[in-house]
Design a protein around this ligand. Structure first.
Ligand SMILES: [Zn+2]
Ligand SMILES: [Zn+2]
Length: 300
């Protein structure tokens, strides 16, 4: 009798936020799956950056989207007896693109979406990516907001709220990507205070929208290696997720195969600190909760 071979040491931890050469990552999707098997995660998902209806150098070109989907589905069959492999996409949310999302993305029948905000814009302004570089962040704030970062942060969280409202109606399991990533350049509160009432109000409003929409949030461990040096979200925000009963799952946001479960052990410790005892897993096109056990962290 065959044992369930995908029930690895990290099960029920899955790795569903991964990029590859189809977008701005390195390596073949097959290499990520092999790395996921070696790490013992319970499931793998590919989540390339979704195309946008304008030029974008980090996303999967619309012309390559079918090839990407076909490749992931083919690999899901190849690895069917070893590891569940899911077809996902990291949706880049911008308001006003509903027709594009529905016409070009949702008809491809993704198993799940990672819904993320990478673009912000002032009122009536052209969208720009806050995560491109600190120089760009500074120059946009100077040019558009007279040096005050607060309107950018407000715009970011406003977009998170409209994103979760919209995505919740699509009938595809979605998870909120790197919830507080707007803090990317904000180490030591360089650009805006994160302990003041206005920032905390924005976060609380976003969490209320996420809770209402019934979406899980990812703990994105890649933030530890980024300039802010903190995971997304950070511990206080995770604790608020726990208080509100918002489900959480662990993500690496890997752009190289060897990072498929990067910093998952630290992530597990942070979940425990936040009082999170269950983790969201994809099952039958829905999020379900599975208990975390000490084994899930893998060998220390
Ligand atoms: Zn992202
Ligand atoms: Zn990503």
């Amino acid at each position: 009798m065959r044992e369930a071979p995908h029930w690895g040491p990290r099960n029920p931890i899955s790795s569903l936020h991964t990029h590859s050469r189809y977008c701005d990552g390195e390596g073949e999707i097959r290499e990520y799956i092999e790395a996921a098997l070696a790490e013992g995660v319970g499931a793998f998902g590919a989540s390339g950056h979704a195309p946008l209806p304008f030029p974008c150098d980090y996303a999967i070109p619309l012309t390559a989207l079918d090839r990407y989907c076909t490749e992931v589905r083919r690999l899901a069959e190849v690895y069917a007896d070893r590891l569940p492999v899911y077809l996902g996409i990291e949706l880049d949310y911008l308001p006003g693109l509903s027709a594009f999302y529905e016409g070009e993305l949702l008809r491809r029948d993704f198993d799940y979406l990672i819904a993320s905000v990478h673009y912000v814009a002032g009122p009536g302004g052209t969208p720009w990516t806050y995560d491109e570089s600190v120089e760009r962040f500074i120059s946009e704030i100077q040019a558009r907001y007279g040096g005050d970062a607060r309107p950018v942060v407000e715009d970011y969280y406003r977009r998170v709220c409209s994103m979760v409202d919209e995505v919740a109606d699509w009938g595809v399991p979605a998870v909120v990507g790197h919830l507080d990533r707007i803090r990317l350049w904000n180490r030591d509160d360089r650009f805006f205070p994160t302990s003041g009432p206005w920032y905390e109000d924005l976060v609380e409003t976003a969490l209320a929208a996420i809770q209402r929409a019934g979406l899980p949030v990812e703990l994105n461990t890649s933030g530890w290696a980024k300039p802010a040096g903190q995971p997304n979200p950070d511990l206080p925000l995770l604790q608020r997720c726990a208080q509100r009963g918002i489900p959480v799952l662990l993500s690496s946001d890997a752009h190289r195969p060897q990072d498929v479960a990067a910093r998952f052990d630290e992530g597990m410790r942070l979940l425990a600190l936040a009082g999170i005892r269950e983790i969201a897993v994809l099952s039958g096109r829905q999020w379900k909760l599975a208990p975390l056990s000490p084994r899930s962290a893998g060998p220390s």
